[in-house]
Design a protein around this ligand. Sequence first.
Ligand code: XMP
Length: 315
Amino acid sequence: MTFDAKAFIAEQTEAIHKQVPGKAIIACSGGVDSTTAAVLASRALGDRLLAVYVDTGLMRKDETEDVARTLKDLKVNHRILRAADEFFAALRGIVDPEKKRVIIGNKFVELFEREAKAFGADHLVQGTIAPDWIESGGQLRDRIKTHHNVAGLPPNMKLKLVEPLRDLYKDEVRAVARALGVRVAERQPFPGPGLAVRIVGEVTPEKAALVRDASAIVEEEIEAAAKAKRVPLPWQYFAVLLPIQTVGVHGDLRVYGQTIAVRAVDSIDGMSAVYSKIPHEVLDRISTRITNEVPGINRVVFDVSNKPPATIEWE
Ligand code: XMP
């Protein structure tokens, strides 16, 4: 039987309406799943739903503005929490990737709980979809890294869970999104801790700005090459800022600059991956642009490792 998005929306709107007599809150990451869940719940609850988006300062270029615009256009009652200073302060001096994840996860929950309380919510809407829980016999997937994800807020928040997309697969979620008029820029997967795990070593606002700008160039160039059919669009493609400085030249001067690693991988589900065979002329453009446009970067390297043994992210 083919999936009927319109019937699903009608059914779920009614179900959410019945399930939530009071107020509900949702953490919106700007991705397809949480945005679709937010719009669906908003159809059922109107202003009794609050969608919260946390700007951690570790988001991709233009991401916060895009999410704010989408939620506004779709008339979802929402709040954009600008919390970059808090996240950077909490991350000061931390180099261990797992500690970064825990700090970011905890901070996120703290801010979100505060909002839920202030709003008076007693229900939590989540954009969980079938692949998030179905593998490993219904357990959440086993992972090498403790993945913090906004879809994975702890259930001890004392809020009753509402998961309208729980039985859907990604293509069905996309069909629902289209039927609801959700036009999320379908960006590649992005980890919950954001750019923090793409800065090897201590996270600072300055480093976040560098890796954000370098990543935007990687995205632009690879997407342009994919559009021109010079390379299949990889599963993920981004920049990583390394904690080493190397010697370079700037005019007549010897300078000590920073290094960006370009990572691009092909994968089906992120569980295993091979590095993308990006043509040299595309790498050349990426390298030239990064060293010209991102101050302080004088060296760009391309990561040719597969997963396993490497992972997709560097941390
Ligand atoms: P790795 O680096 O483990 O990544 O090969 C596999 C996939 O998971 C993403 N990833 C994360 N996603 N929180 C997330 O929500 C995380 O902490 C995290 N770490 C990695 C990664 O981008 C890739 O898609």
